[in-house]
Design a protein around this ligand. Structure first.
Ligand code: PEP
Ligand code: MG
Length: 320
C-alpha cells in the first residue's frame, strides 16, 4: 500500500482542471530531509531553524549555520527551500540567551521582534543564509511579522549583511524574501504587506491561537483551538486574495495544510502551496488531483458562512 502511495506521490499535484499546487515538506533539521525526499516533497515550505540554537549551548556560528542550510539546499537542488529565521521566545526558551521572564510569552518579545532588537545575532543568521543560498534555491522567511516597518527593517539588515559579505569578497545568493502570516494583524493587512515581499506563508498554528485567543499548548482550552474555525478561514481567504492581487505566492505551513480532509477547502480559499509533515504528502497530493477548483471555491465560500469549526469539518467530510 505504501509502495502504491509513493508511486502516486511521484506524479505532480495538479487539480482536475489543471491548477498546479506545490506540495512541500516542513522540516526541523537536516536529518528530516530523507523523509521529505522519500515522500516526494516538491520543496521545503518551512525549515524551522530553532534546532541550531536549541541544540547548542551558545549562539551558533555563521559556519555552523551554513553547514546545516547547505545540506538541505543541496539535497533539493533547484527546488525551493524556505528557511525561516529564528523564532525564539514564546514557548521556546534559550538558556544562554538569558531571556527575561514574561507574563505573556506568546504576546511577548519573540521571533522577528527578538531578532530586530538583537541585530548582531540576526545578522549572523542572515550572512549564513546569503552564503549558503548559492548552493540551491533559497527563500528566506521572517516569522511573527505584524507590520510593514518590521519587514523593511529585516530587509535592511539583510542588505547590510550582503554589503558586508561583498566587501569581504564573498559570493552571495539573491533569495526570495517572504513572511509568515501568523498574527491576525498581518492577515487583516495582507494587502499592504504583500507589496513588500515575494511570498507569504500562513502559519495556522499561531494564527489560530491568536485569532481565537486560545493558547495552542493549553489542554484546558484545546476544545476551542481549531484552525478550521471560520474566523481563521476568513483570514486565510483575505491573505490569499491579497497575494493573488500582487501576483505573489500564497502558501500555508501550519498543521492545517497537512489535513487531507481540508485540502479541497484550502484550494478553494486560494492557496498555491501547502507545506506539511512529510508523511502526509502522498495523501494530500492525491486529494489535490481529485479537486476541481471551481467546486472547491464554492465549497470554501460555504465553509466561510458556517458558525463553528465542527460544521466546517463536517462539510469537508461530506465532500470527501
Ligand atoms: C505556525 O505558527 O503555524 C507555524 C508553522 O510555526 P510554528 O508552529 O513553528 O510556530
Ligand atoms: Mg508560528
Amino acid at each position: 500500500l505504501r509502495e502504491a502511495a509513493l508511486k502516486k506521490a511521484d506524479e505532480d499535484a495538479v487539480t482536475s482542471d489543471g491548477k498546479r499546487i506545490q506540495v512541500f515538506a516542513n522540516i526541523g533539521s537536516p536529518a528530516d530531509v530523507e523523509a521529505a525526499l522519500e515522500n516526494r516533497a516538491e520543496g521545503i515550505g518551512l525549515f524551522r531553524t530553532e534546532f541550531l540554537y536549541l541544540e547548542n549551548d551558545q549562539w551558533p556560528t555563521e559556519e555552523e549555520q551554513i553547514r546545516a542550510y547547505r545540506k538541505v539546499l543541496e539535497a533539493f537542488g533547484d527546488k525551493p527551500v524556505v528557511i525561516r529565521t529564528l523564532d525564539i521566545g514564546g514557548d521556546k526558551d534559550l538558556p544562554y540567551a538569558e531571556l527575561p521572564k514574561e507574563e505573556n510569552p506568546f504576546l511577548g518579545h519573540r521571533a522577528i521582534r527578538f531578532c530586530l532588537d538583537n541585530p548582531e545575532i540576526f545578522k549572523t543568521q542572515l550572512r549564513a543564509l546569503l552564503r549558503a543560498g548559492v548552493y540551491g534555491n533559497l527563500w528566506i522567511m521572517f516569522p511573527m511579522v505584524e507590520s510593514v516597518s518590521e519587514i523593511r527593517e529585516a530587509k535592511r539588515l539583510l542588505e547590510e549583511a550582503r554589503t558586508e559579505l561583498e566587501r569581504e569578497g564573498v559570493e552571495t545568493a539573491s533569495p526570495k524574501v517572504g513572511i509568515m502570516v501568523e498574527v491576525p494583524a498581518a492577515a487583516v493587512t495582507a494587502d499592504i504587506l504583500a507589496k513588500e515581499v515575494d511570498f507569504m506563508s500562513i502559519g495556522t498554528n499561531d494564527l489560530t491561537q491568536y485569532t481565537l485567543a486560545a493558547d495552542r499548548g493549553n489542554e484546558r482550552v484545546a476544545p476551542l483551538y481549531d484552525a478550521a474555525h471560520p474566523a481563521v478561514l476568513r483570514l486565510v481567504r483575505q491573505t490569499c486574495e491579497a497575494a493573488l492581487k500582487e501576483g505573489i505566492v500564497a502558501g500555508m505551513c501550519g498543521e492545517l495544510a497537512g489535513d487531507p480532509h481540508m485540502t479541497e477547502i484550502l484550494i478553494g480559499l486560494g492557496l498555491d502551496e501547502l507545506s506539511m509533515s512529510a508523511g502526509t504528502i502522498p495523501e494530500v497530493k492525491e486529494k489535490v488531483r481529485r479537486t476541481d477548483t471551481e467546486k472547491a471555491r464554492t465549497l470554501a465560500d460555504e465553509a466561510l458562512t458556517r458558525q463553528a469549526p465542527e460544521e466546517v469539518r463536517s462539510l469537508a467530510k461530506e465532500e470527501n
